[in-house]
Design a protein around this ligand. Sequence first.
Ligand SMILES: Nc1ncnc2c1ncn2[C@@H]1O[C@H](COP(=O)(O)OP(=O)(O)OP(=O)(O)O)[C@@H](O)[C@H]1O
Length: 966
Amino acid sequence: MGSFPRNCEIVEAKDEPNTVRHHQTFSQIRAQDKERKPPILKKGSNKTLEDDINKLFEAIDLRTCKSLDLSDLRRNSSKKPMKVAGSHSPGIGFSEPVSLKQALRGLCISQAAEMAAMRRLSMPPASPRVSEAGKITNLYRSVVVEAGESDFPRLGSGEPVVKSANQSAHSSPRIGVKPIFKSAGPASGECDRPPTECREDGIVISPMLDLEKLPRYRQEPKMKSASKTAHSSPRFGTKTIIKSSESTSGESGHPLAECSGDSVGRYLVQEESTACCSKKLPQSQEPKMKSVNQSAHSSPHFAVESSCRHNDSAPVSTEVEIQEMEAEPTQEEIHTSISSLPYCNADDNVPNPDKNFTNKVVSGPSKNNAASIKVANKAAPKLRRKGRLQTLPLSSTVKSSRDVKSTRSTSRAVKPALRNKNLIVKKSKKVSSTAGNSSASYEVSSALDHNSGPSICQRCQCSLKDTKDESHKDHPVATVAEVSTSSRKDDEIKLDFIPNGCEDSVTPLAKTNMTSKYKEKGEFSQSSKSSICDFSSSTTSLSEDSNLSGSSCGNRPHMSKDLRWEAINSIRKQYGFLGLNHFNLLKKLGSGDIGTVYLAELIGTNCLFAIKVMDNEFLARRKKMSRAQTEREILRMLDHPFLPTLYAQFTSDNLSCLVMEFCPGGDLHVLRQKQTGRYFPEQAARFYVAEVLLALEYLHMLGIVYRDLKPENIMVREDGHIMLTDFDLSLRCSVNPTLLKSSSLGLEPPRISGPCAGSNCIDPFCSGPSCQVSCFSPRILPASAKARKQKAEASAQARLLPQLVAEPTEARSNSFVGTHEYLAPEIIKGEGHGSAVDWWTFGVFLYELLYGKTPFRGAGNEETLANVVLQNLKFPDSPIVSFQARDLIRGLLVKEPENRLGTETGAAEIKRHTFFEGLNWALIRCAIPPQIPEFYDTGMSKIASQEEEKFLEYSATGEHLQFELF
Ligand SMILES: Nc1ncnc2c1ncn2[C@@H]1O[C@H](COP(=O)(O)OP(=O)(O)OP(=O)(O)O)[C@@H](O)[C@H]1O
């Protein structure tokens, strides 16, 4: 392994001058041999052994070698190991001087090779239905299988056996393998992106992982810096962007590769041209694999930057973790295997929607903006220049303490207090999404669900007023169990959209105050995520939704008491528009690929928001408009207690702003690291994954495949409940919700035999006298016989209820999207993926919460990817996790998506698992979360004490976008 050349390009074997005398027949060779080594005749013996052999040679030669010389054999038996330059394997080919014995051996081998070649030639052609990518995959597999059977050691049973690039080169001239991954190690930050090789015969040479460095990791278990922090950090800040066919510049050989690290982010290549997400495709369009030529343009190119992520709270050495993550296959096998993984992506050529998006943003409802600006300037003297930080009094809801947001990288950590300069270097990802109309909105219906009853338990008469978030009280939990399409009419589908009024386009009020500079900055700040995105095709499509309708609270009557809506509308009424100048930017919460999120206070309202600020010019230049558009469109659709609420969106001074709900509790990644042992107790994990499951279920119902589930994307609200964020990598598709009778499901009905009874549960079937918490009562709590009987009856009733299945099973995409440790195998293998990837990531997520680490993490990204594909799932001995939890994880982390739990009927399948037994899904939001954020420091006090004027400046240059607070 160590000698494996890093950039070894293994393509179709060519004739090697120093190896086989290809064009010599066997008889010629034998004649030469005879000349060199004349037979030694024993005295008195007319027939020697040599003579016999010679006759044998002649006989064979006549039969086989007249029309077939070695070069022919070599071509036709291409999948068999052949001698290559520098190889001295005896018996494969002939070399001079060649002995009789060698010749005989070589002949036998050649005959074997000939037989293999003939066998291959007699194989039936591939089915015309098989796509070119499929052919490549099949070809690849045939090589793997054949070679695996004959020459190469098998890896773990049941796992795919793949060959090393070298081996492939020896045996398969049809597939050229070019290792392109040049990760210089976790801390080097190097990145490379070799071009995709598209051969003349149309075969796309997939980029392969170069795991050359893997042995080094193994040999150096005590890793430094990033490695030492492996336990809690660093998903190895790697961002891989793969070339996709959406490129409009024809840079097929120069796909975007973006590397990001935690400490240092670098743009080593230019971004690929266009990632289109809004192509309006007919919904009926079936998923298609692209042709190889298309694939050639879209084959994923991996540019991997393994970054050193510092983790200030991770004293556990990597050594332990690496040892734990040792795969069953040897490292060499892993290397060998992953080197041959087919990274062929098939992408569609999708028109660039950026233009439309830009137009839309810029030409928004800004009719009276000019007038409004003047009015605003006069009537609101307190309004500062856009982005200006003011020293306003703290909101009453803001608690002053500290909550240091730590991420997997300290370089990404957001410091609680403002600094003079916070530089944000934008990372670039390539994302794709599809446009379309997924206006699958659902009306909450209690008729069909036994759990969707009133928010007050009919039996125990307990109220829900204890919940901290007022908005949640009126917020319907749109779980599958509660959602029905039976009574829904099209004109009733309104609740998912914010009003037009929420989308303001503001003439740059403070443009003169906003310094626009273009600077080169050497200081980098990275977000904590290392998502991978490659925008390729999605064969399902949606159209730009236009069902926006206005109301005071975005058609969310259940949120009418939300003070934030009132505040927004008040400002809008007062000034005629809403712009960035109406907010005080208090501090930077974090930055992502397409924007920076600030904590902001709506001036004069004491209402806090999280505002995502994106530079349209930068987005357009970096072809990221589609990502921003995807996120914006999805945010506008959402109305769920565990998903963010978009209060407003506007464009101000070419800055596109999304005003969202602010989550003061940080993200789950940070919260996990604060736990003892850096893992959650099982009950806490159960709470979080249950809420995430509902969020995913809701997204799937809307035709959204999330694709980037990980703790970093799960924010903790003020009340301790979660909020799933970050939708720019999501895939939008069509979905056909179906109501299924339990009989047609062929599955067990929901099991409610848990111990909720007797505890404080709001379960409508509960005879208990109280409420709260009990939704997450431990399964092991004893239940009375009576309660058990009632539960059994409830189960029987539930059996009769129809079940809504709203899994977007038709969704397909070939994008390489996600985060390394969370990537599903089908994404890594480029086989195309659908909604099942969310259930894979859900399994990884549960695993990480319970064990404090992800299941397939390797020493580097490449090894992680290899492990995901090849390594069997293992559970550490410690901490002790229940059988139910492990069983659920096992069901979710099935490498074949078709066999994965959730693939068939979505979240409903998962919710029935015994891990969630006894959980009242409809009332989760009423349960007391495991942890409630204590304080959150907005940094305003510090600003006030400094009595400084803070300004937001942004600048963009070349590859980077920078926002500065100073
Ligand atoms: N509603 C919110 N409340 C509090 N903090 C938030 C909120 N939304 C985002 N953040 C913080 O801002 C950071 C940046 O968010 P953002 O969505 O821009 O980037 P990201 O999560 O890295 O996603 P991407 O890079 O794909 O855009 C997040 O990591 C999170 O810490």
